[in-house]
Design a protein around this ligand. Structure first.
Ligand code: FAD
Length: 506
């Protein structure tokens, strides 16, 4: 264990869009970004394809965007939060453009807006076809490297948040040398992304196991809506892990979903067919696959242009697997994609612990309700990152004057082979369809694994998150949004409420 206690001002954990944008938004203090990746291709952000939803087109307005968000969120969207995020989004998007993000524009220089499923207007800002995340991350990384007040420590994993009294007082990390080290800090912003790599079929990079949520929960932070895990219906089923994604924008452009006989079937499930909300399309595809059918995305007849030109990312991924997406249907399967739940925060990213903020996918504000509308997550990430940064600046907590010692007793921080077993159990039992029996089976597995691996703190964070998702899914005895219980297929009025663990609202 390293004995050097560093005094830093604001610590940000995670270097995806939320972490980097929060760092860039802090001007008054020094910032240290700690991330277990190496910069560049960090987190899910780098892989985002479709773009950012923003209600700024002439024929659009915030209320229409809010209503689309509410409709997708299946009764649990917090109207005020949605309104504030969508209104604030306009300024944030313009700021991204000022930082150098080259959003697609028309010949007059105005933003060009794409359409995605369940949006009633064209409002998706995108860059370079389906490489929006990569382009945004390249710009943010470049701006971060120019800022004198931002320091970065990559390949370092946050292991435990230390809380003294009711305040955060530091964080234990596994550092660049693989040693545990304590960093003193009274102001920490967690931006550690989602949980989806906890599932054996996932679109998220294999660094997104929900460790941030787990370490916040272990520190006592209130967690909200953890049962809602969104599955993306059109992951490219090409036998690789993680599974690459075919952006929803393809269906917006007219791609259809078919079975091996070439028949469309989605209108049997929802009148909007391919443009129905994600959870409905995912369950329909899952249901057809469960019946033994093979399912494909057919993008050979897009309304305008070719996959090769409009969606080069998807085209190249298919090409690497000997599929020409302009000529052949692409095999697909649903995959865990986005965590709607997370650390409960207010609109300024404040968690229930003094000195701990959260933004990006790890945070849960109530914006997405029970199901996220496509391209609303990058929007929420930048707004919450900015709000958290400004809230930290305005309410900066001075470090305690006397030095506080923090105990750290866990010895093992290494990767663990049981992770793959856990991912399979989560996929099978806590996935697109859950039931009391499957959830109890998963909980039993998780608690046995916790006993066997209790000295491994990194894995304890993963298991804590898996356990929270499963427990909260067990408690919600209904189906709503992206949470589907085969034993309670109906939506119940009594469950028309967000859930918090511990059971208090922040
Ligand atoms: C393939 C794909 C396509 C998507 N397309 C879109 C889209 O078009 N539009 C949209 O709005 N959303 C999209 N999403 C969702 C969106 O990309 C994410 O919700 C968003 O990028 C999350 O950003 P973040 O900064 O919160 O987390 P991430 O970008 O996931 O970053 C998390 C960071 O935290 C680090 N980290 C995690 N745990 C620790 C730890 N214990 N210690 C230190 N560091 C840690 C990670 O290494 C990473 O750097 C997509 C997601 C995927 C996977």
């Amino acid at each position: 264990m390293s004995t050097t206690l560093q005094k830093q001002k604001v610590i940000i954990i995670g270097s995806g869009i939320a972490g980097l944008y929060a760092a860039l938004s802090i001007e008054k203090f020094d910032v240290l970004i700690v991330s277990n990746e190496s910069g560049g291709k960090s987190g899910s952000s780098y892989y985002a394809q479709g773009g950012i939803a923003a209600a700024i087109a002439e024929d659009d307005d915030f209320e229409t965007h809010v209503q689309d968000t509410i409709k997708a969120g299946a009764g649990l969207v917090d109207y005020e939060v949605a309104k504030q995020i969508i209104l604030a989004g306009t300024e944030r998007v313009h700021h991204l453009a000022e930082l150098g993000v080259n959003f697609k524009r028309d010949e007059k220089g105005n933003f060009n807006f794409g359409r995605e499923a369940a949006h009633s207007k064209n409002r998706i800002l995108h860059i370079n076809g389906d490489a929006s995340g990569k382009e945004i991350m390249n710009v943010l990384n470049a701006r971060v490297s120019e800022k004198k007040n931002i320091q970065t420590r990559y390949t370092c994993e946050a292991l435990e948040i230390s809380v003294y009294g009711s305040n955060v007082n530091g964080i234990w990390i596994k550092n660049e040398k693989g040693e545990t080290e304590f960093i003193s800090a009274s102001n920490i912003i967690l931006a550690t992304g989602g949980v989806s790599a906890l599932y054996s079929k996932t679109t998220n990079p294999l660094s997104i196991y929900g460790k941030g949520l787990g370490l916040a929960a272990r520190a006592g932070a209130v967690i909200a809506d953890a049962e809602f895990v969104q599955f993306h219906p059109t992951a490219l089923d090409l036998g690789v892990d993680p599974v690459p994604l075919a952006t929803e924008a393809l269906r917006g452009e007219g791609a259809i979903i078919i079975n091996e006989k070439g028949e469309r079937f989605l209108d049997n499930y929802h009148p909007a067919a391919e443009l129905a909300p994600r959870d409905i399309v995912s369950r329909a595809v899952f249901s057809e696959i469960s019946k033994g059918n093979k399912i494909f995305l057919d993008a050979t007849n897009l309304k305008s242009g070719k996959v090769k030109d409009k969606f080069p990312n998807v085209y190249n991924l298919c090409k690497q697997n000997n599929i020409d997406a302009d000529l052949q249907p692409i095999p697909i399967a649903p995959a865990a994609h986005y965590h709607v739940g997370g650390i409960a925060t207010n609109i300024n990213g404040r968690s229930s612990i003094n000195g701990l903020w959260a933004c990006g996918e790890v945070a849960c504000t109530g914006f997405h309700g029970a199901n996220r509308l496509a391209s609303n997550s990058l929007l929420e990430s930048i707004v919450l990152a900015y709000n958290s940064a400004k809230d930290v600046e305005q309410n900066f907590i001075e470090p305690a004057s006397k030095s506080i010692t923090s105990q750290f007793s866990h010895k093992n921080t290494n990767a663990i082979s049981e992770l793959e077993d856990l991912r399979n159990v989560m996929m099978e039992n806590v996935g697109i369809e859950r039931s009391e029996a499957s959830l109890k089976k998963a909980l039993h597995f998780i608690s046995e694994l916790m006993k066997r691996t209790s000295d491994n703190i990194s894995f304890l964070n993963v298991l804590t998150t898996a356990s929270m998702i499963t427990k909260m899914a067990l408690e919600r005895e209904e189906s709503r949004g992206c949470h589907y219980r085969s034993d309670y297929p109906e939506t119940k009025e009594v469950f028309k409420r967000r859930c918090f663990e511990p059971k208090q609202k922040i």
